[in-house]
Design a protein around this ligand. Structure first.
Ligand code: PMP
Length: 425
């Protein structure tokens, strides 16, 4: 029985800081990498929008699988395979419960957000989108929620339409009714912008689309890292996210698809484990989620992601959200006190993502100077070139916070940006 229980046993042995969320210093102890020095300075990790750091519970769950329970799933008659299958299925059940899905088989394990959107654009898109149809996106989408729809539009002869944003960085909802037409088949939008931090009203947007019979896909990549998301309450048809941004491992993510809709779609990749019967003439396919998980999946990744959800469930999210908002507010105030700094995205209640530019300094130079102070941020177009074009910039610097960041780290960020201003300003 060791392998069957190893992932849970090992992960729980490190006892995450139960509800110590008001004290990020204590929460930080669960994340070993935060002890690191960078260029001789304490690491200030503010690149959480790209990927989050991992708590020991998740690290132990993954190494526990490899040390005690490594086997392929679904195929073996031996004990280890049975245990690995149970651990894999248990991870899906954990995520189902945490996300308010109706049944675990509404959740498909994929590589991440990008693969989930490509899956939907193939399986759902090729079945439902025809010449002359329209796909509605928004101006603040990540490339992952643009390019797969362009592929589909090209295959089908459909058109992409775009909901614009306001100068503050909110969706311009006044324009929505005229963009949802008889031809609109899909409204795909991000729950939280990875550049602006804007939190979009996903429940309302899905309701409006549903009333018009339009299918919805919500990109939750930047939403799930900041507390529980309930797909039942949102009322979306599809919800997608990556594990690596929410304390889980990379190479694993989830596609949620509403039960009836998901089971009405064809597979997108063929291979082992997704079929019922195969002959050289034809094949029949298993119901979801197996139908969409051809081949050996990322077993250790799924177990690690289940453990990340277990860890999330221990945290006091209402308090942590307040803490994250305080970090974002402090970062706004400190950065705006520095001459030449402009912040992109000022919608109230935004997620703790702070993108900024400085007059006369390229964002890559800001990033390099900050790195020399131990501060890790991102600089570039953030895979959102259409949004950058709308903002009239080529790139920006982005500090993105997680619940383990502290107000002291905001001060270190501001100090380092002041140093950049002295060098170049
Ligand atoms: N959508 C958004 C809003 C994102 O921030 C990201 C990651 N930067 C993605 C999609 C793509 O996620 P992944 O690379 O994990 O597939």
């Amino acid at each position: 029985m060791r392998g069957q229980t190893a992932p849970k046993d090992v992960s729980s042995s490190s006892n995450p800081s139960l509800l110590l969320s008001l004290n990020p210093a204590t929460l930080r102890r669960d994340f070993p990498i935060l002890e690191r020095l960078v260029h001789g300075k304490p690491l200030v990790y503010l690149d959480n929008g790209a990927t989050s750091q991992k708590p020991r519970a998740v690290i132990n769950a993954i190494s526990g699988f490899f040390e005690n329970g490594c086997a392929n799933i679904h195929r073996g008659v031996h004990l280890l395979s049975g245990e690995a299958t149970q651990a894999y299925d248990r991870a899906r059940a954990t995520i189902c419960q945490a996300m308010g899905a109706a049944r675990p088989d509404e959740l498909v394990f994929v590589r991440g957000t990008t693969e989930a959107i490509n899956l939907v654009s193939r399986s759902w898109g090729d079945l439902h989108v025809r010449a002359g149809d329209e796909i509605l996106l928004t101006e603040m989408e990540h490339h992952a929620n643009i390019v797969p729809w362009q592929f589909l539009a090209r295959r089908a002869g459909a058109t992409i339409r775009v909901l614009p944003i306001t100068p503050e960085g909110a969706l311009d909802l006044d324009k929505l009714p005229s963009l949802l037409t008889d031809k609109t088949r899909l409204f795909a939008f991000t729950h939280v912008s990875n550049v602006l931090g804007t939190v979009n009203p996903a429940t309302e947007l899905c309701r409006i689309a549903r009333e018009r019979g339009i299918t919805t896909l919500v990109d939750g990549a930047q939403a799930v890292p900041h507390g529980p998301v309930n797909v039942g309450e949102i009322g979306c048809d599809f919800y997608v996210f990556s594990g690596h941004k929410m304390f889980g491992p990379d190479g694993i993510g989830v596609l949620y698809g509403r039960g009836k809709l998901l089971s009405s779609l064809p597979p997108w990749q063929g291979g082992g484990d997704m079929v019922e019967r195969v002959s050289f003439e034809e094949s029949t396919f298993r119901p979801p989620p197996d139908r969409y998980e051809a081949g050996t999946p990322n077993i250790s990744g799924a177990i690690g992601l289940g453990s990340a959800f277990d860890y999330h469930a221990l945290l006091n999210w209402p308090e942590l959200r307040e803490h994250e908002h305080a970090l974002a507010a402090a970062a706004h105030e400190a950065l705006l006190s520095i001459p030449g700094v402009k912040i992109q995205g000022t919608v109230p209640g935004k997620a703790p993502v702070v993108s900024f530019t400085m007059d006369g300094i390229h964002p890559h130079d800001i990033g390099t100077i900050l790195d020399s102070e131990g501060v890790a941020i991102r600089a570039g177009n953030h895979c959102a070139q259409p949004l950058m074009a709308r903002l009239g910039i080529q790139s920006s610097a982005r500090a993105s916070f997680a619940c383990y960041n502290t107000l002291e780290e905001v001060e270190t960020l501001a100090k380092a940006v002041r140093k950049a201003h002295r060098y170049f300003g």
